[in-house]
Design a protein around this ligand. Structure first.
Ligand code: ARG
Length: 307
């Protein structure tokens, strides 16, 4: 497979190939939901920034434990969703996990969780982003083949509607299904704001939210995937082929229903906050100059071989 490896050659190439195949499959079939919903088992460790969070605490006055996803953005920091954060959170972070039954992962005690200061203000799930660390700021084990941070998007990057991106998680494999043991992966298409706001219940989504999925449904994130990554690939520029964290699984009506796309927190809208909290900034190599007409990323054309 002609998978160009840019600056981020450490991002596993089989992950790229896998996504290409998923993208094709999604385009060809879009059949009824099989199993994330409509997805399939990931290749082991192909999405090495994915972490599993099991979090106990008081959610809306009730003591509960929940499963969420998250993304490594460095050896110290994980990005997740604010709605995954209860009062007095206690829990575990699994790094490098694939099949939750095989105990083949690095487990950390959950440390402090920092919700965005304007989370859920004014009350429609706005600013659904949080940062977390391991207890005592323990460093996460970073191994390029198992656990690798995902790139933050550059402020100048944009992704065109209809671009196929990838969402991963151990969440429900059907709206009335069960949680997955093996990490699931599914390709979803970015949706224009115009199209998204035409659906009932999505009319007033914030500018800091993005939509992805299919009008006909069938492929989506679901409960338990929240906080996990929506990653898209750079289709131009020096880092062509690199994956970046475009969105964070946030909400939707049911899962994979027709006319009910998934809503994701738009990570680019929070680069300043992330920098303020973690001192992390997007890599300059992700900056794209003078590429496609509107400068936005699209699907990578795998059929065209390049030098
Ligand atoms: N809020 C859900 C959770 O806590 C995930 C929502 C994503 N839903 C969707 N249909 N895309 O895990």
């Amino acid at each position: 497979a002609e998978n160009r490896q840019g600056a981020n050659s450490y991002k596993k190439s089989n992950a790229a190939n896998e996504a290409a195949l998923i993208a094709e499959a999604v385009e060809e079939e879009c059949t009824d939901s099989v199993k994330v919903v409509g997805g399939e088992d990931a290749d082991a460790h192909a999405w090495p920034w994915q972490v599993y969070l099991s979090i106990c605490g008081t959610f809306y006055g009730m003591m509960e434990c929940n499963v969420c996803g998250g993304s490594l953005i460095s050896d110290k920091w994980i990005v997740t969703a604010a709605h995954c954060v209860p009062n007095a959170p206690r829990g575990r972070i699994l790094v490098g996990a694939h099949d939750l039954n095989d105990n083949n992962y690095f487990s950390y005690t959950l440390g402090e969780m920092k919700k965005h200061p304007r989370w859920n203000f004014p009350g429609r799930f706005e600013n659904d982003i949080a940062l977390t660390q391991a207890a005592n700021e323990e460093n996460f084990y970073i191994d390029w083949s198992v656990s690798t941070p995902i790139c933050l998007p550059h402020a100048d990057n944009c992704f065109s509607p209809e671009t196929t991106c990838v969402v991963t998680g151990w969440g429900l494999t059907a709206e009335r299904g069960s949680l997955a043991d093996v990490l699931q992966v599914v390709g979803v298409k970015l949706m224009s704001r115009e199209q998204c706001t035409s659906f009932t219940g999505y009319e007033r989504i914030a500018d800091t939210m993005i939509c992805a999925g299919f009008t006909q449904g069938s492929h989506d994130a679901c409960s338990g995937d929240s906080g996990g990554p929506l990653v898209c690939r750079m289709s131009a520029g020096p880092a062509k082929g690199a994956w970046v964290l475009h969105g964070i699984v946030s909400w939707g009506y049911g899962c994979a229903r027709p006319n009910s796309p998934g809503i994701y927190t738009h990570v680019q809208s929070y680069l300043d906050w992330i920098k303020q909290m973690t001192e992390l900034e997007p890599d300059e190599i992700l900056k794209v100059e003078g590429s496609s007409p509107d400068g936005c990323m699209t699907d990578i054309d795998y059929s065209r071989s390049e030098e």
